[in-house]
Design a protein around this ligand. Structure first.
Ligand code: SF4
Length: 309
């Protein structure tokens, strides 16, 4: 185990590539079936509605421009290798031919060594996964699935548009392509969830030996349906110390090999309504590291390997 008490993304990348690697966050102009009326036209309760007009702006930089700018900015910070992270919305939502054209853009940039594709578990199939797996010959390839929770009642409550079976199906399908790695995005503090429910999600991910996890606290963005609930006092975000504690309980049962790719949310600026402690990402990360040390605990301390029958 590394010093911080969990397996960090930077140590994983340094080990694999022998140098620092940065992620390029990309918006390839995809939409989301949970917003465009395919599954629903309102989206998840925390989804920011304004973000859906951004990609259609004529002033939005092209994918090539985004990559070029990201690489230039990385070079200024001393990074020379990059992961193309298709982050915005649902990046497998489209026909396979269109997906191939978009992902193939990375071939023009020899500095790119990895590919990460953010998507919903109900937006993959064998054909798409076969295409994505074809990039493993040349790249470190990750499927970033928005899991959030494995509980049906929570997924309904947040209007995810699918149940837990879609998550398990996506993981099983992905496992048919051995080079593909999964990074599960998990939200702590979802409405109606307690520490026990989060622990059940943690144990399910550990059992599936998920290769990566990104943690997010549930935050309230202005203009969302969650913001209405917050203003009407129907939703209360977690206090920072409770978030820190629940995250540590989650980490303790997590598979020790899982790469912890994120511990909190990035800066959200003026859009953030609550919780205010999120304005200081570094203090959240420090609080997690301090508590891990104080409790003499670490990722995987309580992990139990399943004994095959
Ligand atoms: S899946 Fe993502 S993009 Fe789609 S509605 Fe939910 S939060 Fe918004």
């Amino acid at each position: 185990m590394n010093q911080p008490g969990y397996r960090t993304l930077s140590s994983y990348l340094k080990n694999k590539f022998g140098q620092a690697v940065r992620k390029l966050s990309l918006d390839a102009g995809f939409t989301c079936p949970n917003r465009d009326s395919t599954f629903s036209d309102v989206g998840c309760i925390y989804c920011e509605p304004e973000s859906f007009s951004m990609f259609s702006s004529p002033a939005a930089p092209s994918l090539i421009q985004q990559i070029r700018q990201g690489i230039e900015s990385g070079h200024r910070r001393g990074a020379h290798r990059f992961i193309a992270y298709f982050q915005a919305y649902t990046n497998t939502y489209g026909p396979v031919g269109k997906l191939k054209d978009i992902y193939d853009t990375i071939h023009a940039f020899p500095e790119i060594v990895g590919l990460a594709i953010g998507t919903r578990p109900d937006c993959v199939d064998k054909e798409k996964l076969k295409l994505i797996a074809s990039y493993t010959k040349d790249y470190d390839v990750w499927l970033d699935y928005g899991v959030q929770s494995i509980h049906e009642q929570t997924l309904n409550r947040i209007n995810r548009g699918h149940g837990p079976e879609a998550i398990f199906r996506a993981v099983l399908l992905t496992r048919e392509y051995p080079g593909l790695k999964i990074c599960a995005h998990v939200i702590l503090g979802l409405p109606g969830e307690d520490a026990e429910m989060e622990l059940a999600t943690a144990k399910a991910l550990a059992k599936m030996k998920i290769e990566g996890i990104k943690f997010h606290p549930l935050y309230v963005i202005k203009g969302t349906r969650l913001a209405e609930e917050y203003e009407n006092q129907r939703y209360q975000p977690l206090a920072m110390q409770i978030y820190v504690d629940r995250l540590i309980r989650f980490l303790e049962v997590t598979w020790p090999e899982t790469v912890i790719q994120r511990l909190s949310a990035d800066s959200l600026g003026d859009k953030l309504l609550a919780p205010q402690w999120l304005r200081e990402k570094s203090s959240v990360v420090q609080a997690i590291q301090k508590k891990l040390e104080a409790e003499d605990t670490w990722q995987g301390k309580l992990y139990k390997e399943e004994v095959p029958v």
